[in-house]
Design a protein around this ligand. Structure first.
Ligand SMILES: *Cc1c(COP(=O)(O)O)cnc(C)c1O
Length: 429
């Protein structure tokens, strides 16, 4: 698939010339094509609507959490997941409707749970017995109040993906284990406390999943759990949350099915289970698939190093501080030249960052045309887990974020200044 260009032949993002973005906002720079975000949310919704399911598309905001992103989610009537007090705070700052927030996490602190209760977060996804008890105690302080909860279960299904992003297997830090009976015990405890309104169950089997088989297996297993609870506990769920993890293409070698096709398979599987009660609402939690393909990172080429017989090194003005994924789990990306994105590659290089780590290799095999210092490169599909994992390693400021849509560009996160880097430092003089 060729990249969109304007009359000058330059890569465009959201209809805006990428070279102009680099000039106006400097590099490194995160740029989002906002229409692509909206289109993916709408594509998910269309599947549910076509199949007449009650549903929620809950954007897993850890993939990219900023005020502007929560605002877009709100505009699209999307729910959101948060996994920390900081994400919750950001959503509140964006005036996101708290009833449509689900709060996740395997070790929510008492402080975070209190913040969630004070903000009236719609749903708390309870992960373990400690949390069930802690939340019960906190709710007891206001006996008239109830709280919607889901129980996160580990269905014993492992998605075929990197071990660090696989979460559904029994041996996992997340959720109540099903096979050993812990999930059943949690359901009994939750139902015994009238301050909990147990909506149903949640499972998230992993991330960057390419195969529908894992979701089909998980859906069958979750349906069986609900049947079991219905039979043994006289319980009828209203929500089945099947998580996210729908895989996206990072390079030409990735060939995922459209993210919404996973949902179609899940709904078809659920319908076939002949549940002895009305179909629950199905909630999904896509993160990466909503923001990943919509995001670009712009960098400027600087130094290079050539050793006879070795693949050249070309360095850009960012790296692991603004995109940790290649160093963290050998994630792969593709880069193009912003002034000619469809140019034929003529070289295979190490595209490296400026951070003081040998592992700071952004793209191990970057296939590029000839490039010079000062050229702008665009790395594609980096809208998920890039900005959100950014750090100040080497005291490099975190880059700015720009939203581009319909030919207009808007700064939505300012670039950090050097003063931002020391603003929390205190003197020891
Ligand atoms: C991370 C996460 C998601 C989103 O995963 P993606 O791969 O970004 O779609 C959804 N649900 C939970 C509970 C998560 O932890």
């Amino acid at each position: 698939m060729s990249d969109p260009t304007n009359d000058a032949g330059h890569l465009t993002i959201g209809g805006v010339d990428s070279l102009q973005l680099a000039e106006q906002f400097q590099t490194p720079l995160y740029v989002y094509d906002v229409s692509a975000i909206r289109d993916q949310i709408r594509a998910f919704k269309r599947v549910f609507e076509a199949q007449h399911f009650n549903y929620a598309v809950s954007y897993a905001s850890k993939a990219f959490a900023t005020i502007a992103m929560y605002q877009v989610a709100k505009q699209e009537a999307c729910h959101v997941d948060v996994v920390s007090g900081g994400e919750l705070y950001t959503a509140a700052q964006a005036d996101f409707p708290m009833a449509d927030v689900s709060f996740h996490g395997n070790n929510k602190s008492e402080k975070e749970l209190r913040e969630a209760l004070a903000l009236k977060v719609g749903t708390i996804v309870v992960d373990n017995f400690y949390e069930l008890q802690l939340l019960g105690h906190l709710l007891a302080e206001t006996p008239e109040r109830t709280q919607n909860i889901l129980l996160r279960v580990t269905p014993g299904i492992s998605a075929h993906t990197h071990a660090y992003i696989s979460t559904g297997q029994t041996d996992s830090k997340f959720g109540f284990d099903v096979d050993s009976g812990l999930a059943f015990k949690a359901a009994k405890l939750a139902l015994a406390n009238p301050q909990f309104n147990l909506l149903g169950i949640h499972a998230h089997i992993g991330s960057q999943i390419f195969d529908v088989a894992g979701f089909i297996g998980a859906t069958q297993k979750l349906a069986n759990i609900l049947k079991d609870w219905h039979e043994q506990l006289d319980y009828t769920p209203s929500v089945l949350n099947v998580g996210g993890g729908f895989g996206i293409a990072y390079t030409k070698d990735d060939d995922p099915i459209p993210a919404e096709d996973f949902v179609e398979a899940i709904l078809k599987t659920l319908r076939a289970q002949n549940l002895p009660f009305d179909l629950p609402a199905v909630w999904i939690e896509p993160g990466r698939s909503i923001v990943g393909p919509a995001g670009f990172q712009l960098y400027t080429v600087g130094s290079s190093k050539n050793v006879e017989g070795l693949r050249p090194y070309i360095a850009i003005d960012g790296g692991m501080g603004d995109n940790l994924r290649p160093a963290l789990y050998q994630a792969e990306y593709e880069a193009v030249k912003a002034d000619d994105p469809n140019a034929q590659p003529t070289q295979d290089v190490h595209l490296v960052g400026k951070y003081c780590e040998s592992g700071d290799i952004l793209i191990n095999h970057a296939h590029l045309p000839a490039v010079q210092p000062g050229d702008v490169l665009a790395v594609k599909s980096c809208g998920a887990y890039g900005y959100s994992m950014a750090s100040n390693y080497n005291r490099n400021p975190i880059p700015a974020v720009v939203f581009a849509e319909n030919g207009q560009a808007k700064l939505v996160v300012r670039r950090q200044s050097y003063a931002d880097l020391t603003q929390n430092d205190l003197s020891y003089d």
